[in-house]
Write a protein that binds this ligand. Structure first.
Ligand code: GAR
Length: 191
């Protein structure tokens, strides 16, 4: 099984979906570590309840982005992590970190990439008058939310949708999509 870490910043529902999927011994990845850059992230407690080692590395405790990432990289390397899943991890990573983990780091983003890279994706899809919205799991590359898409799922936008209702309706799709995408990537890495 591919030794995997999940990076979070908050609620951690995508992380929980990955951990739950990986409880099946036939799942090709093992979630060995959860790291939050926010010490108060709800997801840390949820990971611990599920029996996963969960630590925080508070980015605010480091003078520079590079110093924070050096610590992050050390924690991942010490745990012999082979693959990273970003799941609601709200820090932009430097080219140094991304190059070190190239081909071994994926992310979930709440839009149908290449549409709406960055923040406020639900509101932007509504403002644009889009008829559908969705989520994407993609490789992390130097361009923010710009790496190759691995898997996507979409939902129709309803004329009554708000940014909040759209986010709420999209979340179950994210929770279904990410474990499928991770399984595919982990199988590819092993072969
Ligand atoms: C998810 O909707 C994820 O797609 C999004 O943050 C949420 C995290 O929720 N990610 C981004 O916006 C990345 N730019 P979670 O912590 O409950 O998984």
């Amino acid at each position: 099984r591919v030794k995997t870490a999940v990076l979070i910043s908050g609620r951690g529902s995508n992380m929980v979906a990955l951990v739950t999927a990986a409880q099946d011994p036939n799942y090709p990845a093992d979630i060995a570590l959860v790291i939050s850059n926010r010490p108060k992230a709800k997801g840390l407690g949820r990971a611990q309840e599920l029996g996963v080692t969960a630590i925080s590395i508070d980015h605010k405790a480091y003078a520079t982005r590079e110093a924070f990432e050096a610590e992050l990289d050390k924690a991942l390397s010490d745990a012999k992590i082979e693959l990273i899943c970003c799941a609601g991890f709200m820090r932009v990573l430097t080219p140094w970190f991304i190059n070190r983990w190239e081909g071994r780091i994926i992310n979930i983003h709440p839009s149908l990439l290449p549409k709406y890279k960055g923040l406020n994706t639900h509101a932007r899809a509504l403002d644009a008058g889009d008829r559908e919205h969705g989520c994407s799991v993609h490789w992390v590359s130097a361009e923010l939310d710009g790496g190759a898409v691995i898997k996507q799922m979409s939902i129709p936008i309803d004329h009554r949708d708000t940014a909040e209702s759209l986010a709420d309706r999209l979340l179950p799709l994210e929770l279904a999509l990410y474990p499928k995408a991770l399984a595919q990537v982990a199988r590819d890495i092993k072969n």
